[in-house]
Design a protein around this ligand. Structure first.
Ligand SMILES: CNc1ncnc2c1ncn2[C@@H]1O[C@H](COP(=O)(O)O)[C@@H](O)[C@H]1O
Ligand SMILES: [Zn+2]
Length: 348
């Protein structure tokens, strides 16, 4: 991260609903990982996209491969997860839904089950240390891996949902949007929905996904990641917009991710404007705070300065995000109370 957001945005209590674990690894943590694995010859410019830089989506997905090389043992995952949770807390995030793709690494003996357990152990340790943040986890399906792996992932998520006292709340569908098709993943997603896992799906992140989005909206998902190409002005359709509105599906919007990944030409043309003006539930998120060199305070500040939002508007935006979480009702109520308690400090 290169520039700090104004104090109002840092002190604003925030909810982060769209954060990929390995995309959220900070410069400092990358430093520690590089020191652990000098033989990989990985440099910082291979793991983060600095301000003013742009990458194609393809290049973005190559960055994740580099980070995955650096994060391939239980120890690495534990450290990364702890650091990421602490960093979000330090940025004023009070509730975080973290997502990650369970990975098997034959070389190091890492299994998908241990992968998830390790992330959850890190989350619990943070809680035990008194870090001021509530964390929940979404198990991610990488769309490139197809039908069978998706189904296995759902089964794993289901097991964890039942055995972790509500820490695992749902499923994410992510991965390179130019690879694979949602129709192959539909049976796994239907199963997930039927067993009570909440669904946060990356939809229409690139222009070519109209048909897939139409299909996956029939589930319907509980939240949509990006939804960049849903509306008719950018090649989507009114039918898609109507389906999202009718089902009241919140959108997770990640300004810097979309601008740096070049699916949106500039901040002022971000689809936040379209959905926010309609009064549709829209949640500002980071996506990959490490890779895109940002944090949630900065994303709120960027939304405010780009679209002329007052501090009061920004406050409402962060408060309304509570209702878009997959947290149980009791936790939502506690969070709403926190917002009330913290307000005088933020507006002093
Ligand atoms: C930029 N837009 C994006 N679109 C789609 N998927 C993305 C993404 N950013 C990240 N991921 C997904 O998250 C993984 C890295 O974190 P984890 O190893 O799971 O913790 C990536 O490999 C990709 O599958
Ligand atoms: Zn994402």
């Amino acid at each position: 991260m290169e520039k700090q957001a104004d104090i109002f945005y840092r002190e604003l209590p925030k909810v982060e609903l769209h954060a990929h674990l390995n995309g959220s690894v900070s410069f400092q943590t990358i430093e520690k990982l590089i020191a652990r694995k000098p033989h990989l010859n990985i440099e910082h410019n291979m793991t983060a996209i600095r301000n003013g830089q742009r990458r194609t989506m393809d290049e973005c997905f190559r960055v994740f491969k580099v980070i995955h090389q650096l994060v391939d043992t239980e120890e690495d995952i534990f450290m990364v997860a702890k650091d990421v949770v602490n960093e979000f807390a330090a940025d004023g995030v009070k509730y975080l839904e973290l997502r990650s793709t369970p990975r098997e690494e034959i070389k190091t003996g890492l299994t998908k089950r241990r992968y998830v357990e390790t992330v959850l152990e890190a989350v619990k340790q943070c809680k035990g240390d008194g870090v001021d943040i509530d964390v929940r986890f979404l198990v991610a399906i990488d769309r490139r891996n197809g039908t069978e792996v998706a189904m296995e992932t759902v089964k794993l998520a289901e097991d964890f949902m039942l055995s972790t006292d509500g820490l695992v709340v749902g499923l994410d569908l992510s991965g390179d949007p130019t690879v694979g098709h949602g129709r192959d993943l539909l049976p796994a997603l239907v199963r997930a929905k039927n067993c009570g896992l909440k669904l946060a799906l990356h939809l229409s992140e690139v222009p070519s996904q109209l048909e897939e989005t139409e299909l996956l909206l029939t589930l319907p998902p509980d939240r949509i990641g990006h939804g960049t190409f849903l509306h008719p002005d950018v090649g989507g359709s009114q039918t898609l917009v109507d389906a999202v509105v009718k089902n009241n599906i919140p959108l997770e919007l990640c300004l810097t991710s979309n601008v740096k990944g070049q699916t949106v030409p500039c901040y002022s043309e971000h689809h936040f404007k379209f959905w926010y003006q309609m009064g549709h539930p829209s949640v500002i998120c980071t996506d990959d705070k490490g890779v895109f060199s940002t944090d949630l305070s900065q994303e709120y500040e960027l939304a405010a300065t780009t679209f002329g939002l007052s501090h009061e508007d920004v406050w409402k935006l962060s408060q309304q995000a509570i209702d878009c979480t997959f947290a149980p009702e009791t936790l939502k109520q506690q969070l709403k109370q926190r917002w009330i308690d913290l307000r005088p400090r933020v507006f002093r």
